[in-house]
Design a protein around this ligand. Structure first.
Ligand code: FE2
Length: 377
């Protein structure tokens, strides 16, 4: 699977990279009811049936549904009995992201390089085979109980991975225009942001691309610090957040309390028609954070000329920000599970390579209104 990317850094030389990454291979969620979650991701987010593993493929302890939309593959996994690692993960964290799988040319080398540089072992390289070829996977821990699995699949032509069979149902909805994973954000504990930025730098060869401090993104109550780490070819971008001091509990602390530790805060997925995508998602019941309407009164003063009419942006609650290279449009869903933890971002880039810093103030105020309703501010 390829991952769309823009402007590769001119000096990047893959041959010199000890950890070449082709893109995001899949994202695996541990969820309490994979069958119903699969229906939700189809109905609400427009994902399509792809593959299945479980009792019908000889597994006795878990069941997984794999869904696809353009270049995004998600895996939804639930345990089939008590006492499993998957069940314990769900008990501790609620539904959430367990695996951020990275597509690599050599999963054994990726594992050896990462371990040599200090990564914590999750899964030794394993070769899996079926009639469609061979896949090698290995894995390391990142923040909290989240892991990266390296996937080597150049000798594989099957539907997903060995052990999975094709999954087809009689109910499918149209895609909503989600194309690829733009970035995935991790929340870590106070004082740990640099630990994990250094992890990505030292263990995976990433570099920091954007930085802002708590003065940039704080309200009276909430604040956070964030740095963005990117791999050499720019296909993998991982912002890392930590809470900063505010008068009341920050949204990052709220996440850490409810997730009971660090984890993936949001998955940003790209579209090339954010108005169409968000209109469709809203019609299917996805709830988004709203900023106050007066955001749109001063929008053009802040970001200058844009191609889009303001009316549909205002109607749907889509945000705009500009950097030196262009602008971007973005919007954030409310949390998609009972705990206020994981959410999605929909993003359309029109040249901008940043992450919407200019929207943080308005967004944080919107998040605080939600926290107030939850009584967790
Ligand atoms: Fe984001």
């Amino acid at each position: 699977m390829d991952t769309v990317t823009t402007d590769l850094p001119k000096l990047y030389d893959e041959a010199q990279d000890f950890m070449p990454l082709f893109g995001t291979d899949y994202i695996e969620f541990y969820v309490s009811n994979s069958k119903q979650a699969a229906h939700f991701y189809k109905t609400a987010f427009g994902f399509q049936d792809l593959a299945y593993s479980g009792l019908e493929t000889g597994l006795t302890d878990r069941e997984s549904y794999v869904l696809v939309q353009d270049k995004i593959r998600i895996v939804l996994t639930s345990p089939l009995k008590s006492g499993t690692d998957i069940g314990k993960h769900i008990d501790a964290h609620g539904d959430g992201v367990k695996v951020v799988a990275l597509w690599v040319p050599d999963a054994t080398k990726a594992y050896d390089e990462a371990i040599k540089r200090g990564a914590k072992h999750y899964m030794s390289p394993v070769e899996e085979k079926d009639n469609y070829g061979k896949v090698v996977r290995s894995g390391i821990y990142t923040y909290g109980e989240t892991v990266h699995v390296f996937v080597e699949r150049d000798e594989y032509n099957g539907i997903f991975l060995p052990g999975y069979k094709e999954w087809k149902t009689t109910f499918n909805t149209a895609p909503v225009g989600l194309q690829y994973v733009d970035h995935m954000v991790g929340n870590v504990e106070l004082g740990e942001m640099m630990t994990w930025c250094n992890f990505y730098k030292d263990v995976l060869g990433f570099a920091q691309i954007v930085s802002f401090d708590d003065k940039d993104i704080s309200t009276e109550y909430t604040a956070l610090m964030s740095k963005v780490m990117s791999n050499g070819n720019g296909r993998i971008k991982f912002p890392i957040n930590e809470p900063a001091d505010g008068k009341k509990k920050s949204q990052i602390e709220e996440y850490l309390d409810f997730y009971e530790g660090p984890g993936v805060q949001h998955i940003a997925v790209a579209t090339d028609d954010i108005i169409g995508t968000v209109r469709e998602l809203q019609s299917r019941g996805i709830e988004f954070l709203r900023v106050p309407d007066n955001y749109y009164d001063v929008l053009l003063d802040r970001v200058g000329e844009i191609d889009e009419d303001i009316a549909p942006l205002r109607e749907l609650g889509i945000l705009v920000d500009r950097d030196d290279e262009g602008y971007l449009l973005q919007i954030f869903t409310k949390p998609i599970e009972p705990r206020p933890t994981l959410f999605f971002e929909i993003i359309q880039r029109k040249g901008a390579t940043s992450f919407g810093k200019g929207n943080f103030q308005a967004l944080f105020e919107a998040i605080e209104r939600e926290q107030e309703l939850r009584g967790t501010l």
